[in-house]
Write a protein that binds this ligand. Sequence first.
Ligand code: ADE
Length: 226
Amino acid sequence: MRIDILTIFPQMFPPVMGEGMIRIAQENGLVEIKYHDLRDYTTDKHRSVDDRPFGGGPGMVMMCGPIFRAVEAIEAQSPVPARRVLLTPQGQALKQALVREIAKEQRLLLICGRYEGFDERIRIGLEPLEISIGDYVLSGGEIPAMVVVDAVVRLIPGVTGHPDSPVKESFSEERLLEYPQYTRPVEFRGMPVPEILRSGDHAKIAEWQKEQAKIRTARRRPDLLS
Ligand code: ADE
């Protein structure tokens, strides 16, 4: 998979993309991540990417010109067509099902906005998938883009060590939260590991885990059960 990120803050990305699973995935050639500075596609001496809104109102609007030029230039770098994604609080809510969907793509182009929003013709002309990472407003699409990359990369085959691990956890097909887990020591500050987990009875353990997952889901996310 190739992921292109278009932003006015490309320097925000390498510290995050250069650690952990995302770093290993790149080193193993499973994903290639490229950053593009939107200001490289401006035409005026101030390298402007935004302007005042027609009709008045507060804030600034991301202009069409730099974004269209950038998208066309970036897409031309490879013959593989890119799924265009706009990060915006007006987008479709990011859920694990949507992550699974976009993780199937060979190429993603993530477009990060700043300011009050995008000129509507960016939506009309580029027909991007619009994604929101939650019902709150951030100062830009960069952190949401990092969230999307992290969620997607760990689903690329070969990225996680254990083939089971991305499927068996919270928000998998089963829509149950993860069951409680324990590791050594057997007792910590008076809190023991449940006896059943040390019994060696795998059928009983699986039953307990399922039950615990249901209890936890009912307590924390009853909406997932309805
Ligand atoms: N840009 C600003 N806020 C955002 C959000 N919640 N999700 C995606 N992009 C955003």
